[in-house]
Design a protein around this ligand. Structure first.
Ligand code: TGC
Ligand code: FAD
Length: 388
């Protein structure tokens, strides 16, 4: 395949600073050099390329938009561009970065005690430690407010009981940010690897996000020291505020997967000959390519504007919902059209198409399903919640 040089029909590069472009290009080169050559084998084997996690730390990609505690302190557009390039490699690689930075480091940074920040943030930023985020339960996915995982205050410590499911990086994690009810109120707890009664078995049999570890978290009378409670937040807005950051990154990341599919489709269709002509010469194929470019361009403008709003401190969570929902939706549809353009070859692991398509099925569901985001927008438009 030809080298990927970006998709920039609307000269969006002009809207980026020199530093933003430089960071994107560095990550792009790294993905081409170190992710693309190994990712298909990991996908096939159902393993996460753990060494890439550490490298992401070395490159300053973990917690990239956080300040202090050895975090890189980049702006949110830079963080978005990082997610875009990582997900062009694989959604599982971007997931690792999203979970570590937005779902583990962010809540410790925003809601943790000084001791918690000192203990965890530098190690998480370097990739020396891995984190996970436990919100979803077997019976509470879209409706996390119904969670049954409970902490009891025993005076000198808490005792945690319950289970989480579908937790990215769970089995690998040194620290789990676990959301549980304490006296009926959702609170965040730092559960550490090795605590008695805590286990994190890996979930097997996924046909999507195979180059990512997904786990259950099981808590049986786990003794949690008092200092492991996140002191700075109470209620469901704690985990939901973390999700805003991760969903923001996904809005950019999905564009990367879409760009990978588009790039492969242009390459393939200009070289594949049928009826004595490259298939790109047929109007129907051109229509598909033009549609892909149209949707990617619109998605880029959404993500860029959202990033500027976030950097200005003006981003509303409903705006994140719109961008996550739209960009994942178009990426998934682009992956399906790309599979069509590649004909039978489109089902082979030699091309990234099926991997992206299968991954995006998870991305469509996690971090709020497509329809949950529709309902968030519906509530913003009408003032009426239609969740229940
Ligand atoms: P609701 O009454 O709307 O809100 C409860 C409190 O939270 C506040 N709030 C938010 N705060 C910050 N950001 C947001 N996005 C917020 N949305 C709501 C709200 O103001 C309220 O605050 P307060 O002070 O009044 O208490 O809550 P609800 O129970 O009606 O639920 C709303 C709903 C359905 C939108 C929410 O539960 C939801 O988003 N559900 C989807 C669950 C979800 O996204 N789970 C993701 C799990 S993590 C994951 O998937 C990681 S994948 C990792 C990877 O990348 O690999
Ligand atoms: P459900 O909530 O059961 O939804 C099923 C269907 O019903 C969907 O189409 C949904 O849109 C629809 N639906 C639900 N409620 C309504 C309603 N009120 N109105 C209309 N339609 C509705 N979670 C974590 O906490 N941490 C993680 O790290 C994490 N990683 C994940 C990794 C992977 C690979 C996957 C697949 C999931 C991960 N999740 C994680 C869980 C993810 O967030 C949930 O799967 C997601 O929130 C949806 O929950 P559910 O799967 O239980 O689906």
């Amino acid at each position: 395949m030809s080298a990927f040089t970006g998709v920039d029909f609307y000269e969006i590069d002009e809207l980026l600073s020199e530093e933003e472009r430089a960071i994107r290009d560095t990550v792009r080169e790294w993905v081409d050099a170190e992710v693309t050559p190994v990712i298909e084998a990991h996908y096939e084997a159902g393993t996460f390329p753990i060494e890439l996690g550490r490298k992401m730390g070395e490159l300053g990609l973990l917690g990239a938009n956080l300040d202090g505690y050895d975090c890189p302190g980049l702006n949110n557009v830079m963080y978005g561009l990082i997610c875009q390039e990582l997900e062009r490699g694989d959604s599982g690689v971007r997931s690792f970065c999203s979970v570590q930075g937005s779902l583990v480091m962010f809540p410790i940074h925003a809601y943790g005690s000084e001791e918690q920040k000192q203990k965890w943030l530098p190690r998480l930023a370097s990739g020396e430690a891995i984190g996970c985020f436990g919100l979803t339960e077997p019976d509470f996915g879209s409706n996390p407010g119904g969670m049954i995982t409970r902490a009891e205050d025993k005076g000198s410590h808490y005792v945690l009981n319950g289970a989480k499911m579908w937790i990215t990086n769970g089995t690998l994690a040194d620290v789990a940010v676990v959301w549980a009810k304490l006296d009926g109120v959702v609170r965040g707890f730092l559960v550490e690897r090795g605590m008695e009664g805590f286990s994190a078995p890996e979930m097997k049999g996924k046909r999507s996000l195979r180059a990512s570890v997904t786990s259950e978290l099981v808590f049986q009378d786990v003794v949690i020291p008092k200092e492991n409670l996140l002191p700075g937040v109470k209620g469901l807005k704690g985990p939901l505020s973390c999700l805003n950051n991760a969903r923001y990154g996904i809005a950019w990341g999905a564009l990367g997967a879409a760009m990978g599919c588009y790039h492969s489709s242009v390459d393939y269709s200009t070289s594949r000959i049928q009826f004595d002509r490259p298939i790109a010469a047929f109007q129907l194929v051109q229509n598909k390519l033009a549609w892909m470019l149209r949707e990617i361009t619109k998605g880029q403008l959404l993500a860029w504007r959202l990033g500027r709003l976030k950097d200005a401190g003006k981003m509303r969570h409903e705006q994140v919902s719109l961008a996550k929902m739209n960009n994942v939706d178009i990426a998934l549809r682009i992956a399906r059209v790309a599979r069509d353009i590649h004909g039978a070859n489109g089902i082979l692991g030699e091309y990234p198409i099926m991997r992206h398509a299968a991954n995006l099925e998870s991305v469509f569901t996690y971090e709020g399903t497509h329809d949950i985001h529709n309902l968030v927008l519906g509530r913003w438009i009408t003032g009426i919640q239609a969740f229940q």
